[in-house]
Design a binder for this molecule. Structure first.
Ligand code: GDP
Ligand code: MG
Length: 440
């Protein structure tokens, strides 16, 4: 999607003034691109109409750069489609217990997301209780228990021989005694939307007061996710959506359509299998990501959270002076891993999406990084601090130590030196304002 749209905008940029015909022509291309991204047809139609209405007329009449104008409008309309602003999960006031029910098809990510949410709630000072209401597979209960333990959160289960609604009721009593203030019901999905599943969820709702029903959908299923969302909305009613596996979805179509079709906000986005891979959903950032601008804000925020500020500044200074050595490299790899690895970063850096489409593979990159680490670990402290020491005999010794071929050490040293040279040439980019290139 991004690539297509960028081409469209490139054409517009070079054209100068925008006429009604230009807008129409551009919107035809945008429409194709959105449909290709698996955005719901009705949503696309509405979207195109909205942008055209705004673009043709007074906005276009004033003297702004026409290309920028259309980008701005497309961007704003994309954001509006996804729900304008971040929505938080609402808790009951005071010490009242908030009951959250997770719903969704099998494999959508309910159990994983339940545990991920528990982590977020704990950070907010809540005391969550996770409840195993998926009684069809013993493995499902076990999975919740394992994940709950990882998060340091209690899991309530009654095995497989009780009705989910009764488990929910018992859990509520347990929570009251145990001073839990949020309970999350992990329910059972089915392969497809079916009556039995809906009846089961409805029965839970009839038995305990559910404050928030959260639908979990898999982004990779594209338009199907949108259809699933509207069925759930129709049958049991939902308050919010969590969209999972956005890490594996290059199209973004589902995220774009769900709010428009159900009227429910997207609360969080699942960005990986690890329990820390749950991010607040920012419609504006998603819009820029779809437009191919990269999710720079998320990246900067993440970097700020995870990376030690002083270390970052030191590293930026070193880069500037091309003093970047192998210890710094190890440190930067460590920081990058903290931020979710190369794959997750690639999605967020502007331009990287295109690289991915061109077959530059994060997995391959990570493998290469692991081999580089092995090589660096075979260096002496002195060598790590002074990359220029690495003469042929030292390189031989290092290759032996790392168990790799000498050619691999040579090419790594070459790449490393090239990078250092490049850093020297680009002083403006490194450690510049806002710390944009904190991470190599
Ligand atoms: P449930 O059947 O709805 O409870 O789904 P699970 O929580 O068991 O998840 C199904 C699979 O999807 C598991 O292998 C999870 O690790 C995986 N998964 C869940 N959320 C994400 C995500 O955001 N990204 C990725 N890549 N995998 C996820
Ligand atoms: Mg499950």
């Amino acid at each position: 999607l991004s690539e297509k749209l960028q081409n469209v905008f490139k054409n517009l940029r070079s054209k100068g003034r925008l006429t009604e015909a230009d807008v129409k022509a551009a919107m035809k291309e945008v429409k194709m691109a959105l449909l290709e991204a698996d955005v719901n047809f009705r949503v696309v139609k509405k979207f195109i109409k909205g942008v055209e209405e705004r673009a043709i007329g007074q906005d276009v009449m004033n003297g702004l750069n026409p290309g920028q104008m259309v980008i701005k409008i497309v961007n704003e309309e994309l954001i509006a489609l996804m729900g304008s602003e971040t929505t938080e999960i609402k808790f009951q006031p005071g010490s009242a217990i908030t009951v959250i029910m997770m719903a969704g098809l099998q494999g959508a990510g309910k159990t994983t997301t339940t545990a991920k949410l528990a982590g977020k709630f704990k950070l907010k000072g809540k005391k969550p209780l996770l409840v195993a209401c998926d009684v069809y597979r013993p493995a499902a209960i076990k999975q919740l228990q394992v994940n709950g333990e990882k998060q340091g959160v209690e899991v309530f289960s009654m095995g497989e021989n009780h009705k989910p609604a009764n488990i929910a009721k018992a859990a509520l009593e347990h929570a009251a005694k145990n001073h839990n203030n949020v309970i999350i019901l992990d329910t059972a999905g089915r392969l497809h939307v079916d009556e039995e599943m809906m009846a089961e969820l409805q029965e839970i709702k009839d038995t305990v007061e559910v404050h928030q029903t959260i639908l979990v959908v898999d982004a990779m299923t594209g338009q199907d996710a949108v259809n699933v969302a509207s069925s759930f909305q129709e049958k049991i009613g939902i308050d919010g959506v969590i969209i999972t596996k956005l890490d594996g979805d290059t199209r973004g179509g589902a995220a774009l359509s769900i709010k428009a079709v159900t009227g429910c906000p997207i609360l969080y986005a699942g960005m990986g299998e690890k329990l820390s891979d749950l991010e607040q959903f920012y419609p504006d950032r998603m819009a820029s990501r779809i437009l191919g601008m990269g999710d720079v804000l998320t990246l900067i925020e993440k970097a700020g959270q995870e990376m030690d500020e002083t270390k970052a500044r030191e590293m930026a200074q070193k880069m500037k002076k091309a003093q970047f050595d192998y210890n710094d490299y190890l440190e930067s790899v460590k920081q990058m891993k903290k931020m979710g690895g190369l794959a997750s970063l690639m999605n967020m850096i502007p331009g990287m999406n295109q690289m991915k489409n061109q077959g530059v593979d994060a997995e391959e990159g990570e493998k290469r990084m692991a081999r580089m680490e092995a090589i660096i670990f075979s260096m002496t402290e002195e060598e790590r601090a002074n990359p220029d020491l690495l003469n042929p005999s030292r390189r031989h010794r290092i290759a032996k130590g790392a168990g790799v071929d000498i050619s691999e050490v040579n090419s790594m040293v070459k790449r490393f030196n090239e990078t250092r040279k490049m850093m020297k040439k680009l002083p403006g980019m490194m450690g510049g304002k806002k710390g944009r290139m904190k991470f190599p």
